[in-house]
Write a protein of this length. Sequence first.
Lengths: 928, 384
Amino acid sequence: MPLETENGVHYSFALEYNGPPLSYDLPRAVPINVKQIPVAAVVSHLSLPDKLSLPVVKPLLPAGPGKNLSKELKSIVSQKEPGSEEAATTVSPTLVIDRAIESNQDCRLSGELTSSGALEFSTGPCGSPCISKELSIELLNGGRSSSTIEFSDSFDNKSRESTSRLRVSNELSQDWASSESVLSIDYPSSRVSSLKPSGECHTHNEGNEDGRRARVVAFCDVESDSGVVGGDYSEELGEEEPRFVRVKREPQSKGKKGTCYRCFKGNRFTEKEVCIVCDAKYCSSCVLRAMGSMPEGRKCVTCIGYPIDESKRGSLGKCSRMLKRLLNDLEIRQIMKAEKLCEANQLPPEFVCVNGMPLSHEELVVLQSCPNPPKKLKPGSYWYDKVSGLWGKEGQKPSQIISPHLNVGGPINVNASNGNTQIYINGREITKVELRMLQLAGVQCAGNPHFWVNEDGSYQEEGQKNTKGYIWGKAGMKLVCAFLSLPVPAKSSNSCGEQVNSMMSRSVPDYIEQRTLQKILLVGYGGSGTSTIFKQAKILYKPVPFTEDERENIKMTIQSNVYGYLGILLEGRDRFEEECLAEMKKGQSSDEADSIGSSNSINCKTIYSIGPRLKAFSDWLLKIMVAGNLEVIFPAATREYAPLVEELWKDPAIQATYNRRNELEMLPSVASYFLERAVDVLRTDYEPSDLDILYAEGVTSSNGLACLDFSFPPSAFDDKFDTDDPHGSLLRYQLISVHARGLGENCKWLEMFEDVGMVIFCVALSDYDQYAVDGNGCSTNKMLMSRRFFESIVTHPTFDQMDFLLLLNKFDLLEEKIERVPLTECEWFDDFYPVISRHKSSSNRNSINCNPSLGQLVFHHVAVKFKKLYASLTGKKLYVSLVKGLEPDSVDGALKYAREILKWEEERPNFSLSEYSFYSNEASSYSP
Amino acid sequence: MSVAELKARHVAATETVNSLRERLQQKRLLLLDTDDLIEVVAVAGYAKAHGKSSVSFGATDLVCCRTLQGHTGKVYSLDWTPEKNRIVSASQDGRLIVWNALTSQKTHAIKLPCAWVMTCAFSPTGQFVACGGLDSVCSIFNLNSPSDKDGNLPESKMLSGHKGYVSSCQYVPDEDTHLITSSGDHTCVLWDITTGLRTSVFGGEFQSGHTADVLSVSINGSNSRMFVSGSCDSTARLWDTRVASRAVRTFHGHEGDVNTVKFFPDGNRFGTGSDDGTCRLFDIRTGHQLQEYYQQHSDDEVRHVTSIAFSISGRLLFAGYSNGDCYVWDTLLAQVVLNLGSLQNSHESRISCLGLSADGSALCTGSYDTNLKIWAFGGHRKVI
């Protein structure tokens, strides 16, 4: 047992007990639903099961508020008739059983317990082993269900579940709702005293502490401004789980309010912190225990996750003196931040009505994340003029001008602001104050005109085209508006472009971000072009794809890459020269065996030979490369060696080597792109173009992971089809590009990506004849390695329900290569027998309907192979798309396809089966 | 020398290495009869003979006294400050949270530029925290620096140079300027934080380095030049920071990825935890395995060891398992003393990390259920 000091802060752990040995067993928590006792404190010793200190059901007469029941328990219990409908609450030294207690069964149970055993138990010292075994068993049977309820207060559905269980097992005849209402009527007036002397509280462990509170069911009083919504609220609350307000039973029957809800000490003048959910009050020595680490602000540990008491919304984020004394500034700041920003404490959207329509989650998010959100939004009903952005409470003048054109709520009512001036702005009859303002602004209001006011204050009469003026344009209008307490437009909402920008840069709270951010994981085996697609996406969707620094880095990377390629060429040249010489020697030695010495000097010159200066440079470069510090010599190398490189590149020997580049295994396919421009690239003033960046290896995500937040720019196509999508523009996507190696051995870290919306798997079509050395040191076809990686990813338990989009990349390379190398080079595709008429194919290369090209046939074949593989592994359909990573449109199309899949995932449950199959066919148009 | 020739040589060399390794293992086995008899079999037997009985724990001797709630994603890593009451934790929600363990309150919540964080560490002075993850960068944050307008703490240093994810990092004791990281690029790196450059790289190109991702490092508390690393190649290696070229010793024995390594308090031994479900204790001087900690379960499912920690005396070994168990082992007798996973208020999910406070009075566990819990001795027993 921990040693608790009475007054001091008792949160130092690992204190030893050094008191005298205890002769009795320590009290222990009833091991019922242990998991649901949310305490963060020391639990005392667990004793034997037959010495359970069980909850004792003790009915209470509603007529007996304020009485000390300890001595009268017996009589009360005997008076109490089983099955009475009266609200009953029970008291026990350890546990208080609520709400289900007035059920017949429990009353009967308590009737049975009229025996002295119950009394003894409840009056005796806590944990005293004076209950007979039978009784405890009985208590277990009877009490377990009720205590289940007792502890299940933290989750809505759990409490329901347990009630229904109770209903089944205990034949609870009462209606759930009615019992609640009975309770809510009766309980608050009755002050029930505990049977225990207060000193015993300290012997209790934390586990029981929780249960020591009685609970009163009460409907929360939501501040509603209009009768219209009022009905909705009660309905809402009727269906939903009612809110519980706990009332702490006081240890002494003084009936005194104001003691701490946990230690029962203090009076109403001692400073206390209040739970923003249940209104429980804790003194300074208990608050940290009772509220734990406050992940959602000042809430009891048991209240975490519950919506807050609306009447306390105003005090959110305002710290009390007591907390400031207990905790340091940093801690306070974190708590208050959490209190203000955590999701559970946000305004429930259905409590906000705009133009008579309760909001949905998305609408509230739209409203709160717009550039000019309504200030201090409280539950209530509001009107909103979408054209001008005017915002006000239902039946009142406008209070603010928020961002216009938000798609929230219904259309505005004529009498939204309850005006009677017969002058209309955007279909709303304005109030007298507004009319006064208009008059002061010099607007002609004679003849009850109908105005059309835009967000910038320009107004026109309905039915007319020309703008008549600007309401807020006149000097002094701000003052007038301030005087009449009318809003003026905020400055930031001037232009549309600014709005978008400010929206992107605004830091939105996490919970909104989480809801609107869709994550897409882009993976692929090395060389499959994931990084090209990633770079392409960056260029496509970012206004500034690469910063100055990044460009500088990219330039360095490209240049060092080119040096690398050159090195490979030089190495090849050495080899070719050697081979050439060897051959020559062979030829010579067979021809003229006599004159060796003289011929050597002549024949040393082959087409692969270079001059001594270049030779020195070449040797130096090779040495540097072997040592592996090619990066170290930059950027000095560019300055010094650019002319030398030019000379080298133009040297016939290098050109000859370059012509034999197919024999150089190390040389990547992109090398030729850069080598042919080597002279330009290696200049100091070289500026990489977008295409260069796309071609360059190792520019982004070379170190495993890169992510990119973007949203699809609205296009003409989108406008046409997505206007019904209210939050389409708000949706943001995060493209996460990971290297196969970045996931660790056996994809160990794939579980970190469990929250992604879909996975894009990238395969290079041109890999079918490429070989790479795998982990075991043997050379394997890269396509097969891709397949192995694909298999391990799609079967990974993390991605059990994930959708996969297969991108078959590098189609351009394939088309070029397939003419030379047959697809059957890869054993996986050895059943590829294309039926193709060669002479026709060239003319109809791009038309899939007439006569597909060989490349397209290959694509289909590979796609089908992967689809079959996927279906056999997961039983689901694989989405496949064709991509040329170097073409922006192609990548854009693929990512938009990914977006459609994500949308489709959300909507799929809404479609019937037949429609589903129709859609899925369409989605994978290349399926066999 | 042609490529084919080189390849042939390589194959031959590999064979030689393998045969040598085989011989080494056989020699070890021979030695096991004599040398290790004293050490292994008998760590337990010897102890019994000397009347050492197993540590026994009641259900309430070690209790959960704090629950640190605040993360919204799986907790991946935690670290205590040497000054005993602060904890930094890293979670998949992309945040580092610095906790005051006494009040269980947050003092800092640092939003990371890369959400995929795998490890975090407190500097010896408690002024800096380091973290690393899939972005292959080890980022250092100064807790005393002012936060920017969004309330985020700016990075004070980025240590970039790894070519794979940063799986683990630890500050060199008593030095705020040096840090050792382990990475998915098969290497460990000693960093000089002031310059942001690598002081030495351990492994990688060299033959005696790890041949797979390195998952964990632990620096010897009594001799900070020595550190040990655990890797996916199912070995642990001992390194001397002055000799980057080769590992001092390689410890074989595990049959799965070595997820975690931790030096024994006396600095002459270290413990490992692996995907094969075992924890082992190795002696760095002899290179032998001293003890194996494995609990047989009725079902054949292997529970991976995710994280380990020793008590101050070394008598207890805390090991977190992938199924949410957290065993307290008696290191001497290799018996399970207690399972924290079966206690009240235990974690609901995998225990991913655990650590003992500097004075040994409290244990903190982090779990995939997004919570951290602090356990302390609640019983009458003396702290061991």
